[in-house]
Every structure is written in C-alpha cells, then in structure tokens.
Design a binder for this molecule. Structure first.
Ligand code: FE2
Length: 387
C-alpha cells in the first residue's frame, strides 16, 4: 500500500513554562544550556518598562555574564539583525535570551541564524534554508499575540525594497518559552487590542489552513474561544491579571496551532502591507480579517460554522449564508469593541498601491496554505473591499 505523505502532520513546540513569575526562571535555563555569556535582545520600550532588569538579575544571581542589545525597532530590520549578530560574535556569546514582543524575538532568531550560518539574513528567506544549528534561544514574550516565542517563523523587514521576508524553519523554534502574563501589563490598550486580534487571526487562519489537522485544530479552537471571550474585557481592564492570563493562554495556543499548520491570506496580505507602510502587524490583520473570511468562506464552510459556534453564535438551524453573515458581524463587533475600526484608506493606502501590494502578497509563503486558491485579481479585490 502506498503512503499519502500529504496527509502526514507534525507538531513542533518549545519547552514551555507558563504562569506568573515564569520569567524569573531564565537563569536556571541558561545554566542548563551551559551558557557562559548571554546576549539579551530587547527593545527600548521593554527595557524602559523594567523587564530586561529581571533577566539581568536572574542571570547575575547565578554568575552568568551577559551583553545587551536593545536597539531593535518595531518591524525588525535586516541591518539590526546583522549588527546584533556582529555583537554576539565579537563578545563571544553562546546563548540568546530575547525579551519583548515579536520584533525583538524575530530579531533574536535572525541573530541566531546569522551567527551560526554566516551570510546575510535576507539570504535565508523561505522554508528550511538554515543548515547549521543555531545557539540556544530562550524567549520571554511581553505581548500576547505574536507567538514568535513558540513559532517556527521569523519575519524580517528589508527597508530597501519595502519587503517583509518570512523565514520558516524548525531551527528558529526557541528551545524554551517562558510565558509570563505579568509582563503584558505594560502594554497600552491599543497594543493589547492589536496583538490580541493578531492571536485571533493566527487561530482562525491555522484552523482553516490546508495544512491543519488534529494536532493543531484543538489548539486553534481553544485559542479562538479564549481570545474572543476575554479580549474586549481585557482592553477595558488592562491591569486585570486573570484576563491577561486568559488572553496570553489563547495567544500561546494560537501560536502552537499556526506554527505547525501555517497561516493564510490575511498574513500574506498583511506582511505586504506592513512592509509597505511600516504599520503595526496586528492592525494590518484587523483591517483585513473579515474581508478574507468573506473570500475564504465558500472553501471551508464546515470549518467556518465551527468557528462561528466557538465565538458563541448559535448556528443550529441556520443556513450557510446566515452563518457567514453572523460570523462577519461578530468579527466586526470584536474589532469595534477593542477600538480597531480603521480601514486601509485611513491607514494611508490608496487604490494605486493595490496592484503592487497584491503582487507581493502572492509571493508570501503564507498564501500557499490559504484554503481558497487565489490569483492576483482575487487578492486585489480583497484589498479593494478593505479600502
Ligand atoms: Fe501574526
């Protein structure tokens, strides 16, 4: 009997420590990995919020040296990766700790790749392009959304071409993720909303992805439930640690789902937008989400019905058309409740930008697992609807 390899599924995950105080165990993990000198990667905002200090203290307490690289900008740039890798090698580091949102974590992945493989970071674009093993990575996320701490993705910006490149490899799944909901209390309501919607999009795209399966579906659905039922309350009560924990858990589950089932057209189109305008990733996703669901719905009606049930719509007896309408309404309401109501035009996009944006979106690896096959005109129409 021949085997159908296309139906095989894998599941990769870091070692995860979840809960308030998880960040303070970083020193123990550094010792386990035999770290002599650690490069701590972060950004100015996270540094100012005091979270980097906790890492420094945890390492210092057991006598492990460290160097700081905290100049990472939002949407990390290729040259920042190259500078970080130069510092890593010059200082003789042998382990990387990243603390922050998606930007420092993706930059840290890039530093790991370049320090072990040499060459320019932009040359590692695509799936499985990394040959030499990269140094131990211990990540502490301070946002609940990007999930770079559990994923096999690194997204790096190339300011020269206004492109965002996707690096997809098991090599960039961190060794350890210390997920500590307390670190997310310093996010303002806008960032809380953007990252929370990003997590929701991860879960929805992973669930309907052509690479989804039983190993990821349960995580995706639990994530949809956790985020949809807690995000609005969290944006209104940003210091509530119980709500922070629920949304962080949702984000983690969404991350485990999408890292293994990959994503879809929202991310392909949003990477293209983010590279073009340097907009927050979650905001780009929020603008596009219901328009992509509308486009994808016919290709995955049964799954979208389950998503509708999961966000609390009673679909019993509903015709497919009604399910779609109710789901789109509910996504729109969630966005409105968390304050993300912008359209592409308000974000600075004009109709003249759409052909170029669409061309880039079609080259993004995330488009390959979108449930409905799309050509350039399809993508253009979805951008036009979001304008
Ligand atoms: Fe995302």
């Amino acid at each position: 009997m021949s085997t159908d390899f296309t139906s095989l599924r894998k599941f990769v995950s870091p070692e995860i420590v979840f809960g308030v105080g998880a960040r303070k165990t970083v020193g123990n993990f550094a010792r386990t990995f035999g770290a002599q000198r650690v490069l701590i990667v972060s950004d100015p905002g996270v540094h100012a919020a005091g979270w980097v200090k906790d890492v420094e203290e945890s390492l210092a307490a057991i006598g492990i040296e460290y160097r700081l690289y905290t100049d990472v900008s939002p949407n990390p740039r290729a040259e920042e990766v190259m500078q970080g890798a130069a510092l890593y090698n010059q200082e003789g580091c042998n382990m990387i700790v990243a603390i922050g949102g998606g930007s420092p974590m993706d930059c840290a992945k890039g530093i790991g790749i370049v320090s072990a493989n040499r060459g320019h970071i932009l040359h590692f674009e695509g799936v499985d392009q990394i040959s030499a093993p990269i140094p131990p990575l211990v990540f502490i996320p301070t946002t609940a959304g990007t999930s770079a701490d559990v994923s096999q993705f690194a997204i790096i910006s190339d300011p020269e071409t206004h492109n965002k490149i996707s690096i997809i490899s098991k090599a960039v799944v961190p060794d350890v993720s210390l997920i500590d909901p307390e670190t997310t209390v310093t996010m303002d309501p806008f960032l809380t909303a953007c990252t929370g919607i990003d997590a929701m999009v991860h879960a929805v795209e992973a669930y309907v992805s052509t690479a989804s399966g039983p190993l990821t579906d349960m995580h995706a659905l639990e994530a949809i439930k956790l985020v949809s039922s807690n995000l609005t309350a969290l944006v209104a009560n940003p210091t509530d640690i119980h709500l922070r924990t629920q949304v962080m858990l949702g984000s983690m589950k969404a991350g485990l789902a999408f890292s293994n089932a990959i994503l879809g057209a929202v991310h392909a189109m949003s990477h293209s937008l983010g590279g073009h305008l340097d907009l927050p990733h979650g905001l780009c996703n929020a603008i596009l989400l219901e328009h992509v669901i509308d486009y994808n719905f016919p290709s995955s009606e049964d799954k979208f019905r389950i998503i509708a049930d999961t966000v609390g719509i009673d679909t019993r007896g509903m015709k497919t058309k009604q399910v779609k309408q109710q789901l789109l309404k509910s996504v729109h309401k969630l966005k409105q409740d968390v304050g993300l109501t912008q359209r592409l035009k308000e974000a600075g996009v004009s109709s003249a930008d759409i052909p170029e944006l669409s061309k880039k979106a079609l080259k993004d690896p995330c488009i390959l697992t979108n449930p409905r096959k799309s050509n350039k005109r399809d993508v253009e129409v979805v951008y036009e609807e979001a304008l």
